[in-house]
Design a protein around this ligand. Structure first.
Ligand code: AHR
Length: 342
């Protein structure tokens, strides 16, 4: 019987991707069965990070920031869990980390919904949860704090840029047809940006959304969705493509290249995206991308500040913490590319 439980725990841990090899899995499983938290060394704070997955280059930069920040030399044992783009897997990971009695959980949710129960369970177990990047649809009294981007503000910034640019081009009164590539349904990054973008249409009767499709923040889907749209629409009708992240835009660019459609400041279609990756700067400097609104993935330092506050027994004063972000366009990209960290 005990052997079966042991096997089940091993499979569970492997399933979650918590362990890289079988010896490690066995050791962790034994510790869980003994009711011990698997602590590598006394004195380290054990922090569980539940990541969304590997959907974009932004995400890689965000993961690396945590991996480089929460290291043993700084007093941490980081337990990284890849959510693998599955909200169910993230919920399961949260339960496992509570079970392991980690000191803190950093939750980077894929979607906002589905968290009430597990957040309550973490509270009952006395494990503080810091929500980062996207948000959850749970009262903020139920978790320690949230830190991330003003996604709605990013959407508005992009559209304010478009308004100014069209006026500069003497196109302020023209009919403008927009194709919108959206991020993952239910994710704050998509909800906020879409809201900011769509709201701005109410100030511009001459702006129309001619198509909007979800491409899940991935380059592959950005390309396939754009390929499909180019079959359905007359490409010469498209004035603007807005992609809710750089990677989907890079995919859309591939689809347009295949059809010989030109875009960016040196082409026919205005291109707007979000994240401000180094590659986006290169595209802006190459005349392929007009603008990228920054979404800052470097959240680890801010999260650590919250943890240190909690360690000192303080309540976190600011429950909702926005990280600083800028907007870059093809006219200032060359000036800023040297200072980009991702
Ligand atoms: O939640 C942040 C968004 O998620 C970024 O814009 C996107 O690239 C990522 O995958």
């Amino acid at each position: 019987m005990k052997k079966n439980v042991f096997t089940a725990v091993c499979l569970f841990l492997l399933g979650l991707g918590l362990c890289g090899c079988s010896a490690d899995t066995e050791e962790k499983a034994m510790e869980i069965l003994r009711g011990q938290a698997p602590r590598k060394e006394e004195g380290l704070l054990r922090v569980g990070l539940i990541q969304t997955g590997k959907e974009s280059d932004w995400r890689d930069a965000n993961t690396n920031d945590y991996l480089h920040h929460f290291v043993e030399e700084r007093g941490y044992e980081l337990i990284y869990v890849d959510g693998n783009s599955s909200p169910e897997r993230q919920v399961q990971a949260m339960r496992d980390l509570i079970w392991q009695r980690v000191d803190y959980i950093i939750l980077q949710p894929i979607v906002e919904t589905g968290w009430e129960e597990t957040i309550r369970e973490a509270g009952e177990a006395g494990v503080p949860v810091i929500v980062a990047d996207r948000q959850i649809a749970v009262a903020d009294s139920e978790y320690a704090a949230w830190i991330g981007s003003d996604f709605y503000g990013e959407g508005r910034k992009a559209m304010e840029w478009l308004e100014t640019y069209l006026e500069e081009q003497n196109r302020g009164e023209e009919e403008i047809n927009i194709v919108l590539l959206e991020g993952t349904e239910g994710a704050t990054a998509a909800i906020g940006r879409t809201q900011g973008i769509l709201e701005s249409l109410s100030f511009h009767e001459n702006w129309n959304i001619m198509a909007r499709e979800c491409a899940n923040f991935t380059q592959g889907e950005g390309q396939s969705v754009m390929e499909k749209l180019l079959e359905e629409l007359d490409p010469s009708d498209i004035d603007v493509i807005i992609s809710e992240n750089d990677n989907m835009m890079f995919g859309a660019m591939k689809a347009m290249d295949r059809k010989g459609i030109t875009y960016g400041p040196e082409g026919e279609i205005i291109t707007i995206s979000f994240d401000a990756l180094r590659e986006a700067f290169e595209k802006m400097m190459d005349g392929k991308l007009h603008v990228s609104v920054e979404c800052n993935p470097l959240l680890a330092r801010g999260v650590e500040k919250i943890i240190l506050d909690l360690e000192q027994g303080n309540m976190v004063q600011d429950k909702c913490q926005y990280i600083e972000e800028q907007l870059f366009d093809f006219r200032n990209a060359a000036e800023h590319i040297g200072a980009r960290a991702y």
